[in-house]
Design a protein around this ligand. Structure first.
Ligand code: SAM
Length: 398
């Protein structure tokens, strides 16, 4: 399962560890595809009809469905299985990462200094203050989160995330686990052929899975990623060097970066906003507006908003907010992104949203066909991590 980690920071898992990872990945596939399907059947055939009979109406939103289904055995079983497999993801990869922690740090430094492979840069800040909403939480139950550091030039949390993501995504994210931004950036390029960005910024870049595809789309552009996690940006740069991709990584807060006004053509993020409290998302949008050149574009890959999903899909997607240590997830999905971007200085009319089919699952032609269309259509596959997933993104032009 960790074969998707195919660069020079790869760690060696024992056979027992590898089979444990395969088991966890398979179990997650079962929970997210099969068990979630059983839960929907129970909802459709038993719980919703009983609700309608008792109330004379259908449940109005996700929270009402959550409240109604909570006592059902299938919901408890699904939730217990998801929580357990989530914890097992990290536990299955941590032993190898811990064994190789010091060597990983040495390898990362060698790669980062190997200017013959690529010419990117990395900068961390020893006085950097990690925002409390990151430092106080093991988000999605990942021990140590994105920022914890124990040794010199620590990249451990980067390695935990990278290897864990390989197990977590059970093959859905394709080569290098870059499918989301690979698909979104390919869609963007095809849909907006006149866009010729010279400078691109990825906010909350973690290990660069969402940064490097931009360099593949626009090889002449200067590509930057920022993250609050020191281990993440070190790992991201070493990973990029290993792949021979020029990219620049910085330990910075996306709300208060050190970049100059009007210096970027695209400010992007991927799976970032739903991990940020709404008041800080407002700050991120304002910062993106400050950083964009006139005519520049802000883009965010994210979970679809609750206004776009059916009440059941809203309940299903918001599960993480209650049970997976993702406390800001639901508030983000409930927010009115159009109003927020206007507050941040963008023209309301410049708001756009799209759904990109995963290139890994549906192929290049399906992605190109979708890129000819405008707008984002409601579809239960959008944002639902399982077979057939489609990627939602929204943005605005300055
Ligand atoms: C789910 S991860 C993003 C994944 C990544 N973009 C990808 O596609 O693989 C969220 C990231 O946001 C970072 N983060 C959280 N708050 C931040 C902030 N204010 N500024 C910069 N990065 C932040 C976290 O450290 C974490 O690495």
């Amino acid at each position: 399962m960790t074969d998707a980690v195919d660069h020079d920071l790869k760690v060696k898992h024992t056979k027992d560890e590898a089979s444990r990872q395969n088991f966890v990945a398979g179990m997650r596939g079962y929970v997210l595809n099969d068990l979630s399907g059983h839960m929907k059947t129970v909802w459709d055939r038993k719980v919703e009809p009983a609700f309608e009979k008792a109330n004379g109406r259908a449940p109005s939103d996700g929270p009402e469905i959550h409240k109604t289904i909570k006592s059902e055995t299938i919901f408890k079983f699904y939730s217990a299985m998801r929580c357990n497999t989530q914890e097992m993801v990290w536990r299955s990869v941590m032993p190898a990462v811990e064994r190789e922690g010091r060597d990983l740090s040495r390898r990362a430094q060698v790669l980062s200094q190997a200017g013959d492979k690529a010419q990117g840069t990395v900068e961390t800040n020893p006085n950097f203050e990690v925002p409390r909403y990151v430092s106080e939480l093991d988000v999605h139950m990942m021990p140590g989160n994105y920022h914890e550091e124990r040794i010199d030039y620590d990249v451990t949390q980067g390695a935990v995330f990278d290897n864990g993501l390989a197990v977590f995504s059970f093959g859905l994210l394709g080569d290098r686990m870059e499918d989301i931004t690979d698909s979104v950036s390919t869609f963007y390029q095809a849909h907006y052929p006149d866009s010729k960005p010279k400078k691109i910024l990825d906010l909350g870049c973690t290990l660069g899975h969402s940064t490097l595809p931009w360099k593949a789309r626009y090889p002449d552009a200067e590509v930057h990623g920022v993250d609050v996690g020191g281990p993440c940006v070190r790992y991201a740069h070493a990973r990029a060097q290993s792949y021979g991709v020029d990219a620049h990584f910085h330990q910075m807060d996306a709300e208060h970066t050190d970049f100059e006004d009007e210096s970027f053509d695209i400010v992007y993020s991927c799976m970032f906003l739903h991990e940020v409290p709404l008041k800080n998302i407002k700050g991120v949008f304002k910062e993106a507006h400050r950083l964009l050149k006139p005519g520049g574009v802000m883009l965010h890959y994210e979970l679809p908003p609750n206004t776009m999903t059916s009440p059941y899909d809203g309940f299903y997607l918001d599960w993480d907010s209650y049970y997976n240590k993702e406390p800001f997830y639901k508030a983000f999905r409930d927010a009115d992104a159009k109003a927020e971007i206007e507050d941040a200085g963008f023209e309301k009319d410049s708001f756009f949203e799209h759904v990109a089919p995963s290139r890994n699952l549906y192929g290049h032609d399906a992605l190109m066909e979708a890129a000819q269309q405008d707008g984002a259509k409601n579809d239960s596959r959008v944002g639902r991590f399982g077979d057939g997933v489609m990627w939602y993104f929204f943005g605005a032009r300055k």
